[in-house]
Design a protein around this ligand. Structure first.
Ligand SMILES: C[S@@+](CC[C@H](N)C(=O)[O-])C[C@H]1O[C@@H](n2cnc3c(N)ncnc32)[C@H](O)[C@@H]1O
Length: 286
């Protein structure tokens, strides 16, 4: 039986029992609270804390494999850099960076390696409901711990434990983010802009970005104040494997059958210049 990762052990001071909210301690490969509620540490090194009935399953193994391939090729490095820049501006309170809906943990790993050491942030917690994503997140970086959660059921973390929270193309639960962020903490939210991947909407049937997304975000985050915002726009050259992965990792995967996607890809040149356009917004509790 492999050892429990050091990052998960280190994270335990911030993790709370999903049933009763008490601290958890490790016994063998089980996390147990004083009331006796217990959660296994998976062989792959993560703990799934979404308990009680059917939790949201999150991304499928095929979507996660596609995401891993696409992100691993570095096409979205500018987004990771913009997130690190947003965190690096000014002081942060102590505590880990918590990536909610963090998927494979790729952004968190990139961000931890890019933060200025003077900021004092060392560790990251990658929270997701997808077991396939958590398997990868548990080994993405020596200082990242992977925890299974369903964001709609709350975050099994101590009040005020986080220095910062990330939401990168991920579901948001503002009340829970407010609870786990310290008063001086920061929430960095990445959302697609209407031009995002626009060259692929017609040819590959990618879904369009809802033009009212900004209004929805503002309404969601009414208890927060936006303290900074950067619009990032870059062009990336994507070959067919990258395009296949990009479609496969997102919601468009459910809308375009595999055979149709291959037929559409065959009509495209060997590489396509694609716009990556996102907004990186920073929020503080108001
Ligand atoms: C579009 S992906 C983004 C992943 C990651 N932030 C990235 O950009 O690579 C959305 C992520 O949210 C997760 N997710 C969906 N519903 C969730 C829920 N209710 N609770 C926790 N995670 C959820 C999915 O499993 C998926 O990993």
């Amino acid at each position: 039986m492999p050892d429990v990762p050091g990052a998960l052990l280190g994270a335990l001071e911030h993790v709370r029992c999903p049933v009763c909210g008490q601290p958890l301690a490790l016994e063998e490969r089980v996390l147990r609270c004083p009331a006796g509620h217990a959660v296994d540490v998976a062989r792959q090194g993560y703990a799934h804390l979404a308990v009680g009935g059917r939790a949201h399953p999150g991304d499928t193994a095929a979507m996660v494999a596609a995401r891993d391939a696409f992100l691993g090729a570095g096409h979205y490095v500018p987004i990771a850099q913009a997130v690190a820049d947003a965190l690096g501006e000014g002081e942060l309170p102590p505590g880990p960076v918590v990536d909610v809906g963090g998927g494979t943990g790729w952004y968190l790993a990139q961000v931890l390696d890019r933060l200025p050491p003077a900021l004092g942030v060392r560790d990251g917690l990658c929270l997701d409901s997808s077991s396939a994503a958590l398997r990868r997140a548990a080994r993405v970086h020596p200082r990242v711990a992977a925890l299974g959660v369903d964001v709609w059921r709350g975050l099994p973390l101590a009040d005020g434990c986080a220095s910062a929270v990330l939401s990168v193309f991920a579901p948001r639960n503002p009340a829970e983010v407010a609870r786990v962020l310290g008063p001086a903490g920061r929430w960095v939210v990445v959302t697609p802009r209407p031009e995002h991947l626009r060259e692929l909407v017609g040819p590959l049937g990618m879904l369009t970005v809802d033009a009212r997304k900004d209004d929805r975000l503002a309404a969601d985050l009414a208890d927060f104040e936006r303290t900074a915002s950067t619009d990032l726009a870059v062009t990336v050259e994507l070959d067919h494997p990258a395009l296949r992965a990009l479609v496969g990792m997102g919601p468009s995967a459910h809308h375009v059958p595999a055979a149709e996607l291959e037929a559409r890809l065959a009509d495209l040149p060997p590489t396509v210049a694609v716009t990556v356009a996102v907004r990186v917004s920073t929020y503080a509790l108001s």
